[in-house]
Every structure is written in C-alpha cells, then in structure tokens.
Design a protein around this ligand. Structure first.
Ligand SMILES: [Zn+2]
Length: 154
C-alpha cells in the first residue's frame, strides 16, 4: 500500500516533526484512546483501542497515522474479532512443521497471502481463520488437505 510506504518513510524522521496542517514543528508521538472503524470481511467493525500510538500535532491537534499506528489497529481488529495473530499463525506453522509455501498450497491460497498475514499487512477472513485452526490442531485435516490435489505425473 502506498499509504503505508509513505508512513514508513515518515517514521525515520526525528520528532518533533513539521505539521502539514499548521506548519509548526509540533508533531510528537503520543498515545490516545481511539475508536476504530475498520471494514473487514464485508462488514464494518467498530472497537476501541485504549492506548493507540499515533503522531499528533500539539498545536492544532491534527493526527497522523504511521505504519506502526496501522499495525496496532490491525492487531486491535484481530483481537476484537478473535482471529489468530501473526505470532499464533507462525507458531502453528512451526508446530505442524510446514513452511509458508506448503501451507498455502494445502489451504488453496497464494503464498503471498500467507506472507501478508504474517507481516500483519492483511487479516484473514473468518472462514480461513477457522480452517487454519482446524489445520493446526487436527492431523486428519492436514492429511486430507495435503492429498487434495492430484499428484503430478512424474
Ligand atoms: Zn498542526
């Protein structure tokens, strides 16, 4: 996402930063109570984050979302929805001793999708979250999914 790469660049500049709205060097990192509204899986979800890290202008109050702000909101959404976190997915892969590519094949999705879940740039749908939980905990599910594609002729 271009918005995220721009934010990532902004993250390396020292505080206080120049405010794009009022022009003062008054933008500092702070933590706020934030009511998030995020669209996911075709539904709009609203939830509160008690301590969201955000860049805020101390003079005019303008708020700037950085890449770490977006990551915290994504984590908040996962927790709100009760979905597996990147760390939990990583742990599941280790437990089942599968790499991202094999796992993606078994689930019938692109390896890039798994990669985006693990970096926190995107969040799995509820149905894929359920499938992952079955995969991680039930050897019979893993066996069934790993045999679901025809073996290519040698
Ligand atoms: Zn300002």
């Amino acid at each position: 996402m271009s918005k995220q790469s721009a934010a990532a660049q902004a993250d390396v500049r020292p505080y206080p930063r120049r405010c794009a709205v009022c022009g003062e060097n008054s933008v500092a990192r702070c933590r706020i109570q934030y009511d998030a509204e995020v669209r996911h899986d075709g539904k709009l979800h609203t939830f509160s984050i008690a301590n969201l890290g955000i860049d805020k202008c101390e003079r005019c109050g303008e708020q700037y979302f950085t890449s770490s702000t977006d990551e915290e909101i994504n984590l908040g959404l996962r927790s709100h929805l009760g979905l597996l976190t990147p760390g939990e997915i990583r742990a599941g892969l280790a437990l089942c001793d599968v790499n991202q590519k094999v796992f993606a094949d078994h689930l019938g999705i692109a390896a890039e999708t798994v990669s985006r879940w693990l970096t926190g740039t995107s969040i799995q749908t509820r149905s894929l979250d359920k499938l992952m939980r079955l995969y991680f905990t039930m050897p019979t599910v893993r066996a069934a999914l790993s045999n679901s594609e025809p073996v290519p002729a040698a």
